[in-house]
Design a protein around this ligand. Structure first.
Ligand SMILES: Nc1ncnc2c1ncn2[C@@H]1O[C@H](COP(=O)(O)OP(=O)(O)OP(=O)(O)O)[C@@H](O)[C@H]1O
Ligand SMILES: [Mg+2]
Length: 203
């Protein structure tokens, strides 16, 4: 029960609640799929679990302790929109260096070309940039990955390359994974368990 979401209720304003009392836990080695319709609040929940947004009530517990903002975050969120998450002022090489993941194995496994390292985020396609956000999440101290619709902008071959690598890394390091997707076919292929938030959040 390494990550526990306990009775999470959230709304961007108090009179407009997105979801109520969401509870589930994810263990090491698990790959849990989160599905719900568009606009339900999946990306919002992903940010709450990673500690970037505070729930109105409820708590996120990681290894028995509430998630804190201190130090390296063991819960790494890979965003649905990588262009919003990567510092536009930094070349890609610096982005990877900062997380200490500038290594050939990660770069090659994700199909990152060496020439891309000298570019800024705006000089890459969405799919190229997304590979960097996957790489960046794989720092040595990462214990959980939250993948929010991370392969919607890439072709099926790149999609399977990214998932193959991520799943292998998760297994090797015994990380837990939360996978947010609309794609039930993908969820069934890669997840060890699937949670439908719409069933859970009914009052
Ligand atoms: N910062 C914000 N302030 C106010 N409302 C927001 C904010 N971010 C998102 N919303 C709203 O909250 C709702 C949930 O958004 P969210 O992005 O979490 O949905 P989602 O389930 O991830 O959708 P999708 O499947 O389309 O990615 C949406 O109606 C959205 O417009
Ligand atoms: Mg979303």
């Amino acid at each position: 029960m390494a990550i526990e979401c306990k009775n999470i209720t959230f709304g961007y304003s108090k009179d407009n609640i997105l979801f109520k009392n969401i509870s589930f836990s994810v263990d090491y080695g698990e790959r849990v799929g989160i599905v719900a319709k568009s606009g339900f609040g999946k990306s919002t929940l992903a940010k709450i679990i990673a500690g970037y947004e505070k729930p109105l009530s409820g708590e996120i517990i990681v290894d028995g302790k509430p998630i804190t903002k201190k130090g390296y975050n063991p819960v790494q969120l890979i965003y649905q929109h990588p262009e919003k998450a990567i510092n536009p002022m930094w070349k890609m090489e610096k982005v990877l260096l900062e997380e200490n993941v500038l290594n050939d194995y990660i770069i090659n496994s994700l199909g990152i070309k060496k020439e891309w390292l000298k570019r800024y985020p705006t000089e890459l396609s969405g799919g190229e940039l997304q590979r960097f956000s996957v790489a960046r999440a794989l720092c040595e101290n990462t214990k959980f990955i939250i993948a929010d619709e991370i392969t919607t902008m890439v072709d099926p071959i790149t999609q399977s390359q990214i998932w193959h690598f991520l799943i292998e890394e998760c297994q090797k390091r015994n990380m837990g994974m939360i996978i947010v997707t609309h794609n039930m076919y993908l969820a069934e292929k890669i997840c060890t368990r699937i949670i439908n938030l719409e069933d859970m959040a009914l009052e």
